[in-house]
Design a protein around this ligand. Structure first.
Ligand code: PMV
Length: 332
């Protein structure tokens, strides 16, 4: 009734932005990501007969409120699958080599899905784990796999065909993702609310959806062909399109900060000087830069020299989900 699992964060190169079913976490579009080696979450789940509510510890400190309620709701799904009615203690460590608040819901819910399902006695396939993790946080379904993974949108109303699939394993292509941490306060708009507002009100949202399939196809073939320029070009353009949808929302909002824009300029200037580097951004101000290993040192130095940059975490491709007890549900 106790199991531990580790999952690594992933960064989307083609973004998930928009839900077609909020309760089941079904996306309006497919997405494609790179799992990262240096950012991960290790979670132990223990079910016991002890009465009382679930307990959730994050980095050793007891967590309550909406965050704990979200974990409990997720555990309810696992308990329903396993036919259990017992409470759990969830002990989760986020391994992020900085204090800059890069806590990842993707690695968090992927690790929780694997540890909780194993502790409940379920032996889920990688595909089933991906479906389950999706229902904690959409992006978590991609963290089941190492290297490059694609979350297939699916079309079924029950979501059975909406899960991640591996595109290429961790050792397929040695790239760097430089995760640049900016000074920032708490997020003003959660990704959940941001997506909902954008889908409901932005006239740019149909434009976002209109080009997503061609972006996915371009990214998929660039990964398989190890074509860096093609992958960087489509990833950066896709991120910019996603952020543009928010400016059209009513009320409008943005995750961009002045320092984010300053970093775009740094990257564009590097490219003009012949250094291939491309950026992507998620539901926050941090800028993530995709670069080949030969250029990683120079690009990292340029990023660190930018005002407002607190830290740069240089990541490589990471592994898929791993359990410390029982067989690993997926390789690579
Ligand atoms: O599943 P969430 O709530 O972590 O949503 C993630 C949304 C983006 O990070 C903006 C894009 C993505 O595909 O990860």
């Amino acid at each position: 009734m106790k199991a531990t699992a580790r999952a690594h964060a992933n960064i989307a190169l083609i973004k998930y932005w928009g839900k077609r079913d909020e309760a089941l976490f079904l996306p309006t579009n497919g997405s494609l990501s790179l799992t990262l080696d240096r950012l991960f979450t290790t979670t132990t789940v223990a079910f016991s007969d002890a009465p009382g509510p679930d307990r959730f510890l994050l980095n050793g400190a007891e967590v309550g409120g909406p965050q704990a309620a979200k974990v409990s709701r997720f555990l309810d799904r696992v308990r329903a699958l396993a036919g259990l009615e017992v409470a759990a203690v969830v002990d989760s460590i986020n391994d992020v080599p900085t204090a800059a608040g890069l806590a990842s819901s993707a690695s968090g819910f992927a690790a929780l899905a694997a540890a909780a399902s194993r502790a409940a006695g379920l032996a889920l396939s990688a595909e089933d784990l991906s479906r389950l993790a999706r229902q904690g946080s959409g992006s978590a379904c991609r963290s089941i796999y190492g290297g490059f993974a694609e979350w297939r949108r699916g079309t079924a109303p029950d979501g059975h065909d909406s899960h991640a699939v591996p595109v290429a394993p961790q050792d397929h292509w040695d790239l760097r993702m430089l995760v640049t941490i900016l000074e920032a306060g708490p997020k003003a708009v959660s990704s959940r609310d941001g997506m909902r507002e954008t889908v409901a009100t932005s006239p740019f949202f149909p434009g976002w959806l209109a080009t997503i399939e061609q972006d996915l196809a371009a990214a998929r073939s660039a990964v398989l062909a190890r074509d860096f320029e093609a992958l960087g070009t489509v990833a950066e353009a896709n991120a910019l399109k996603m952020h543009a949808t928010m400016l059209g929302a009513e009320p409008p909002f943005t995750y961009l900060k002045p320092a984010s824009l300053a970093l775009w300029d740094v990257i564009w200037a590097l490219r003009r000087d012949g250094v291939p580097a491309y950026f992507t951004m998620d539901a926050g101000p941090n800028v993530k830069v995709l670069v080949e290993p030969a250029h990683a040192g120079a690009v990292e130095a340029a990023l660190r020299a930018c005002p407002g940059v607190v830290d740069v975490i240089a990541c490589g491709p990471g592994p898929g989900i791993a359990e410390t007890e029982g067989p690993c549900p997926t390789a690579g």
